[in-house]
Design a protein around this ligand. Structure first.
Ligand code: HEM
Length: 166
C-alpha cells in the first residue's frame, strides 16, 4: 500500500493535481462531494423503498420498479464520479494518509457497500421486482440487505470525512 501511495503521488496525475493552480484540488473535492451526494441520495431513496416493500407490503411492486429504474443508475453514476475524483484527491498528497486509520477503514467499507449492491441486483427478489411483480418470500431478505446498505454507505461517508481530521 505504501508503495502504491508513493507511486500515485509521484505520478503525472499527482503532479497535475499539485501544479495546475490553487483551484484544482477544491474543484476535484467538490466533484467528489457531488458524486457522494448523488450516490447516497439515490441509495437512501432506493433502500427506504426496498425496506418498505419488504417489511410493510405497502409498496406496490410497480412503484418499486419505477423507483429502482430511476435511482439505481444514478447511484452507479455517483459512485463512478466519487471514485474518479477520489483518485485525483489521493494522487495530490497520497503519502500523507500513511498510518491514517480512517483511510484504512474507508476502502474495505466501500468494497462492502459495492458487494452488497451487486448481491441485491443479482438476487431473485430484485429481478422479480424489476418486472413489477411481488415476491414476498425473499423481499424481506432484500429489505435486510438494504438496511445493511444504509449502514455501509453511512460508514463510508463517515470514514471519508474523518480522514481529514486525523
Ligand atoms: C473509490 C475511490 C475513492 C477514493 C480514492 C477516495 C479518496 C478520497 C480522498 C483522498 C479524500 C480526501 C481526504 C482528506 O484529506 O480529507 C476523500 C474525501 C472524502 N471521501 Fe472519498 N474516495 C473514494 C470514494 C469515496 C466514496 C464512495 C465515498 C462515500 C460513499 C467517499 C466519501 C468521502 C468523504 C465524505 C470525504 C470528505 C470530503 C470532504 O470533507 O471534503 N469517498 N476521498
Amino acid at each position: 500500500v505504501i508503495d502504491f501511495l508513493t507511486w500515485i503521488e509521484a505520478s503525472a496525475l499527482g503532479q497535475l493535481m499539485r501544479q495546475s493552480g490553487p483551484w484544482t484540488y477544491p474543484i476535484v473535492n467538490l466533484v467528489h462531494i457531488f458524486g457522494i451526494s448523488t450516490l447516497f441520495g439515490s441509495v437512501v431513496v432506493l433502500d427506504v423503498a426496498l425496506i418498505r416493500a419488504g417489511f410493510t407490503r405497502k409498496m406496490p411492486p410497480q412503484t418499486m420498479a419505477a423507483i429502482a429504474r430511476g435511482a439505481a443508475p444514478l447511484a452507479g453514476a455517483g459512485l463512478v464520479l466519487a471514485a474518479v475524483s477520489g483518485i485525483g484527491l489521493l494522487a495530490s498528497n497520497a503519502t500523507e494518509y500513511i498510518g491514517n486509520p480512517f483511510f484504512v477503514i474507508k476502502f474495505p467499507v466501500i468494497a462492502l457497500g459495492l458487494a452488497n449492491a451487486l448481491m441485491i441486483r443479482r438476487s431473485q427478489a430484485w429481478q422479480t421486482l424489476q418486472r413489477g411483480v411481488s415476491a414476498p418470500a425473499d423481499t424481506r431478505r432484500l429489505a435486510w440487505m438494504s438496511v445493511g446498505s444504509l449502514f455501509t454507505w453511512s460508514a463510508a461517508i463517515s470514514a471519508g470525512r474523518m480522514i481529514g481530521y486525523w
